[in-house]
Design a protein around this ligand. Structure first.
Ligand code: AMP
Length: 214
C-alpha cells in the first residue's frame, strides 16, 4: 500500500505516519528527516540543503526527487510506503507520477490532514522528540507520563528541531500555502484525494485514517 500524507507543518503527518507504519507494516519516507540526516552527516546533499532549510524555504525539486527515487528502490519499501513531506510542489507531484509508473508502482491513497493555521504555531513550537528512539512529545498536548523521561525507551535526552521557532514556522506555513496546497487540487482533480480533520484528537485522527485505508 502506497500513500501520501499531505498537510502543513504541524498537522501531525509524522505522528500519524509512525502509527500507520506499525499497523500496516509499511515504511514512512519523510524527505524532511532524510534532509536533516544529510545535513547532520555533512554530505554534499546536506551542504546544499542546509541554508534553505534553516530559512524555512524549499530545497530544489531535483534534489528531493532524486532522494525519494533512491529510497523507494530499497528493500524495506517493498510492502509499501507513506510519503511524508513529499511531494510539496506540483512539479514534484508530476515527477512522482512518472517515477512510480517507471517502477510499476501506484498510489493507493492521498490524504490531506486539514488544520487551523492559527493553532499551528503553538503546536509546532511546543514539540520535541526523544533523541534515542524518536518518540514525539509536546509541551502542552502530549507530555511524557514522567516529566523528562521518554515513555517508550526511558531516555532522558530530548531534541527540538532548529526550524521549530515561530519565525521559521511562519515561513514554512507560507511556503505550504503558496506551493503545496495546489497539489491537493492536483490529486483532487484525479479523484484520489481524501481529507481528514487534523485538529481532532491524535487517536481519533488515527482511527479515521485506519478506516479510510484499511
Ligand atoms: P519537514 O520536516 O517536512 O517540515 O521539512 C523540513 C524542511 O526540509 C522544509 O522546510 C524544507 O526546507 C525541506 N524539505 C523537506 N521536504 C521537502 C520537499 N519535498 N521539497 C523541498 N524541500 C523539502
Amino acid at each position: 500500500m502506497n500513500l501520501i500524507l499531505l498537510g502543513p507543518p504541524g498537522a501531525g503527518k509524522g505522528t500519524q505516519s509512525k502509527r500507520l507504519e506499525e499497523k500496516f507494516s509499511i515504511v514512512q519516507l519523510s524527505t524532511g528527516d532524510m534532509l536533516r540526516a544529510a545535513v547532520a552527516s555533512g554530505s554534499e546533499i546536506g551542504q546544499q540543503a542546509k541554508a534553505v532549510m534553516e530559512s524555512g524555504g524549499l530545497v530544489s525539486d531535483e534534489l528531493v526527487i532524486g532522494i525519494i527515487s533512491d529510497r523507494i528502490d530499497q528493500d524495506d519499501c517493498k510492502n509499501g510506503f507513506i510519503l511524508d513531506g513529499f511531494p510539496r510542489t506540483v512539479p514534484q507531484a508530476e515527477a512522482l507520477s512518472t517515477m512510480l509508473a517507471e517502477k510499476s508502482l501506484q498510489l493507493d491513497h492521498v490524504i490531506e490532514l486539514t488544520v487551523d493555521d492559527d493553532a499551528m504555531v503553538e503546536r509546532i513550537c511546543g514539540r520535541y522528540t526523544c533523541s534515542k528512539c524518536g518518540a514525539g512529545y509536546h509541551d502542552s498536548f502530549q507530555k511524557p507520563a514522567t516529566e523528562g523521561v521518554c515513555d517508550n525507551c526511558g531516555s532522558t535526552d530530548f531534541t527540538r528541531r532548529a526550524d521549530d521557532n515561530a519565525e521559521t514556522v511562519r515561513n514554512r506555513l507560507n511556503a505550504y500555502h503558496e506551493q503545496t496546497a495546489p497539489i491537493a487540487t492536483y490529486y483532487g482533480d484525479r479523484g484520489i484525494l481524501k481529507q481528514v480533520d487534523g485538529m481532532a484528537a491524535i487517536d481519533d485522527v488515527t482511527s479515521t485514517l485506519e478506516n479510510l485505508i484499511g
